[in-house]
Design a protein around this ligand. Structure first.
Ligand code: NAD
Length: 489
């Protein structure tokens, strides 16, 4: 495959202690658009994971002592280098994840914005100074890096997920070990190469690919030198990692699965809602944690909404992301094939397939953009993530039913509500039990916003004001000022 652009190529090795290391074992990466072999990537295990932790531990003290301005300068340098390499990032993302070039470019630019955000945040980490309750001493609170951090990322946003974690961790003064998803290792490698070229000290940012995630994560989490896990992926794996981390009380941030309700109230701008639902549902072939999982529409506007939505879905062009298409392939044959079971589940529960419903004949893993309509509320998709180019529409009777149905899930990541009445939007938004509520919009990611979920969707927030604090711990110093005064117990 050609990941060479202008002489540059995505490295295939592991990056440990400031150097790329071949180890003699590899796993294969395939292009989901045609099933072809893209590359052989170094296949790390426990030994390499622990070597990366050794390096991260050695570098931790020095890295946390680097002045904020110097840390910021390195992140700014990385940001500039990233921008120079846009084309190879975009092309590599499309080749290994399948997403159309336009989406890869949008992800690239958003990722660069996140890196810039963290570069700007470094110099603005503030503590507090306060009087004690009895007035006898002072309370000085400062923030310190948590320590060596394990960053585990999924394949569906192969660049954004790494930048959102590594940017915050490095800005906070933590050293890192990144474990990419085996489907999309090269995008992560390009980012680590950027950090290397920007001049980050050795041991600060390490990268371990693997075909056996547990062989890397488990020895690291069992090692008390590891102080943080930041994970994005499924709730099942996140829960397992939290259980493992409990042994050493490892600080953890979890960005997990979602079941996003997309609610269209009776006074909504239906055209706007349709356009936003198309993006929210079919971006990345529906493989997004914040995708619209259940489209819940007030019965009074549902026929018009559904008619326009189906029209637009039929017009979506499916194909190889390297061409001008709207929807690329699923990540693997397995992910595509499971959709027949999903459709069976939906139709058995009373859903009517209005368009789509089949795999596209091709060497790649394509599935037709599909719409399934339910004439009433139905819990078949509550707490089940579709993660596919299948939209489910449910007609409901009024605001109360819409809200109750929307909240009927164990997840709590993204939700959306469409109405022309701002007061109604606020009242509805406040009652949605989700970490994020899009009001009259289907896309919410922004460096200035705290991204994250409640309930089974995870703990912690990425980016915004809060993201950097996920990698910092507060330390409080009690300072005697003048005569120590006795504390009254
Ligand atoms: P996954 O949990 O299977 O994999 C995610 C990452 O975890 C990959 O790097 C994978 O290799 C790794 N992994 C798997 N088993 C592991 C183990 N035992 N130890 C350590 N690492 C392990 O998820 P997926 O199917 O690749 O991604 C889809 C899921 O991720 C969906 O549920 C989606 O909603 C979620 N997701 C959440 C967010 C968010 O920000 N909340 C963003 C993207 C994806």
């Amino acid at each position: 495959m050609d990941t060479h652009i202008g002489g540059a190529a995505a490295p295939r090795a592991l990056y440990i202690d400031g150097a790329w290391q071949e180890i003699g074992r590899t796993f294969s990466v395939f292009n989901p658009a045609d099933g072809s072999l893209l590359a052989e990537i170094a296949d790390g295990g426990a030994e390499e994971a622990l070597a990366a932790l050794d390096a991260a531990q050695r570098a931790q003290r020095g890295w946390s002592a680097v002045a904020p301005r110097a840390r910021a300068n390195l992140l700014h340098a990385a940001h500039r280098l990233m921008l120079e390499r846009e084309d190879i990032f975009v092309r590599t993302m499309t080749l290994e994840s399948g997403k159309p070039l336009t989406e890869a470019r949008a992800e690239f630019r958003l990722s660069a914005d996140f890196l810039l955000w963290f570069a700007e945040q470094v110099a603005h980490i503030h503590g507090t100074y306060a009087n004690s309750s009895n007035g006898g001493f002072r309370i000085v609170v400062a923030h310190h890096p948590v320590g060596p951090s394990l960053l585990i990322t999924p394949w569906n946003f192969p660049l954004l997920m790494i930048v959102r974690k590594a940017g915050a961790a490095l800005a906070a003064g933590c050293t890192t070990i990144t474990k990419t998803a085996m489907e999309t290792p090269m995008t992560g490698a390009l980012f680590i190469q950027v950090l290397h070229d920007a001049g980050f000290p050795k041991g600060v940012a390490n990268l371990v690919h693997t075909s056996d995630s547990a062989s890397v994560s488990e020895p690291l989490i069992h090692d008390p030198r590891l102080r943080k896990i930041s994970f994005t992926g499924s709730t099942r794996v996140g829960s397992r990692l939290m259980q493992l981390g409990a042994e050493n009380i490892v600080n953890s941030s979890m960005e997990l699965g979602g079941d996003g309700p997309f609610i269209v109230l009776d006074d909504a701008d239906v055209d706007l809602a349709v356009d936003q639902a198309i993006i929210c549902k079919f971006r990345n072939a529906g493989q997004a944690c914040v995708a619209a999982n259940r489209i819940i529409v007030d019965r009074r506007v549902e026929p018009g909404f559904t008619e326009r939505f189906v029209q637009k879905v039929r017009a979506l062009k499916v194909g190889n992301g390297m061409e001008a298409v709207d929807v690329g392939p699923m990540i693997s044959a397995k992910q595509r094939d499971r959709l027949y079971d999903t459709l069976q589940l939906l139709t058995k529960a009373g859903g009517e397939v209005l368009t789509g419903g089949r795999a596209v004949q091709s060497p790649g893993y394509f599935f037709e953009p599909t719409v399934v309509r339910f004439d009433a509320r139905n819990d078949v998709m509550c707490s089940q993530e579709l993660f596919a180019p299948i939209a489910t529409i449910f007609a409901v009777d009024g605001v109360a039913e819409a809200l109750d149905f929307a909240n009927d899930t164990r997840f709590g990541l993204a939700s959306y509500v469409f109405t022309r009445d701002l007061t109604r939007a606020m009242a509805f938004g406040e009652r949605l039990e989700f970490g994020m509520v899009g009001i009259n919009r289907g896309i919410m990611a922004d460096p200035a916003a705290p991204f994250g979920g409640t309930k089974a969707s995870g703990t912690g927030r990425e980016a915004g004001h809060d993201g950097i604090y996920e990698f910092l711990e507060r330390k409080y110093m009690a300072v005697t000022v003048g005569e120590p005064r006795e504390t009254v117990w």
